[in-house]
Design a protein. Structure first.
Length: 265
């Protein structure tokens, strides 16, 4: 796997323009209970990318929020060039992401978590790899999360590497640039994990997709707190994810993918 130097927040990154030969980009935000940060997120991302990406669409998929997120987004939809989709009921992160990307129409999907832990300018660290790769993962370098989230993610990625013999280290990242045709082909298969990206990466790898991890700076959450990784839920989350890994490994073994992958090494 290509080794890319670690990211540094102070490193100058050339700011586009995006290569029009690689096709347009759908910027997709799955959103749940982000009323305090979503406006800043959208305004900053649109301000940076709209003038520099020739063919850009912005999709905001709200997932049954219980705070004022809907009201904020409905106001912003009157002012900003976004396509807004809302839900009356909570679908959960995996299904919310799958539904969100289904609205995309451009050749590439820039799928970003809406909590603003990634700076939009770091899109330009990913952009050059569109020429050579199908999946470009923004690897958090270093990760700025509470210790228990760092621990959970590290263990999760370690198990995925061990069980599926993969070289990647941040398969659950919230900053990823992916060919739409690949997501359309694989997303219907994603079902074992609670979080979309990691299972998608495993399946894409086994289908021969060209995947690269590019280190990008990661920032502490500025406002609010995560609604997924409460400490009180850690045991249940770990158990659920471990069961998902075992189910996916059983599926891959039954389909002969593990033996085929091993013989191809």
């Amino acid at each position: 796997m290509t080794q890319i130097p670690p990211a540094r927040a102070g490193n100058a990154t050339p700011r586009g323009p995006a290569d029009p030969a690689q096709g347009g980009i759908s910027l997709v935000f799955p959103v749940f209970n982000e009323s305090f940060i979503i406006e800043q997120t959208l305004r900053n991302y649109i301000a940076e990318l709209a003038p520099r990406v020739e063919d850009l669409e912005v999709i905001v998929a709200e997932d049954g929020s219980t705070d004022d997120t809907k009201a904020v987004l409905e106001r912003l939809a009157q002012e900003l060039p976004i396509r807004l989709f809302t839900s009356d009921e909570r679908k959960g992160y995996q299904k919310a992401v799958i539904d969100a990307v289904s609205h995309a129409t451009k050749p590439w999907i820039f799928l970003v978590d809406s909590d603003y832990q990634f700076a939009v300018i770091d899109f330009w660290r990913l952009e050059p790899y569109r020429k050579s790769h199908d999946v470009i993962l923004g690897m958090k370098s270093p990760r700025k999360d509470p210790f228990y989230r760092v621990w959970l993610s590290g263990g999760y990625n370690f198990l995925l590497r061990q069980y599926f013999k993969l070289p990647y280290h941040d398969m659950d990242t919230g900053f990823r640039l992916i060919k739409r045709e690949l997501i359309e082909a694989i997303a219907p298969q994603v079902r074992h994990m609670s979080f979309f990206t990691a299972e998608f990466v495993v399946r894409a790898h086994y289908q021969g997709a060209r995947i690269i991890e590019v280190p990008v700076p990661h920032y502490a959450r500025k406002i609010g707190s995560t609604t997924i990784f409460f400490i009180s839920k850690l045991f249940g989350l770990c158990f659920q994810q471990f069961l998902g890994i075992l189910k996916m490994r059983a599926e891959f073994s039954e389909r002969g993918l593990l033996a085929q992958h091993k013989s191809g090494d």
